[in-house]
Design a protein around this ligand. Structure first.
Ligand SMILES: [Zn+2]
Ligand SMILES: [Zn+2]
Length: 100
């Protein structure tokens, strides 16, 4: 598989948790991805948190663990994820933020 064609936001192999990671609600859950400094993570959010655009506050260590788990869901290595993220930041809107 060529890593460059992989979608880091693919959540088809991620396991939804039994409750929202932010507010612990148990209804209308879906798996969403979030981009952190250390990698893309997946987390389970309820419809309310998704609509409000809430994102979790994670320590770098937590984010690292979660992004490693999401690497496993995607079937890629952490290195492959880092490469994909670097490629995405180069052309993405986040580039202005990062180069400041
Ligand atoms: Zn929620
Ligand atoms: Zn995942």
């Amino acid at each position: 598989m060529t890593a460059t064609e992989l979608d880091l936001d693919d959540t088809s192999s991620c396991n939804p948790a039994s409750k929202c990671s932010l507010c612990n609600a148990r209804g209308q859950l879906s798996v969403k991805t979030a981009t952190t400094l250390v990698g893309v993570i997946c987390l389970t959010l309820c419809a309310g948190c998704v609509a409000a655009g809430r994102s979790p506050r994670l320590s770098p260590a937590q984010a690292a663990v979660m992004s490693l788990e999401h690497c496993q869901h995607l079937g890629i290595t952490a290195d492959a994820m880092a490469e994909l993220m670097a490629a995405a930041t180069r052309d993405g809107p986040a580039a202005t933020e990062a180069t400041r």
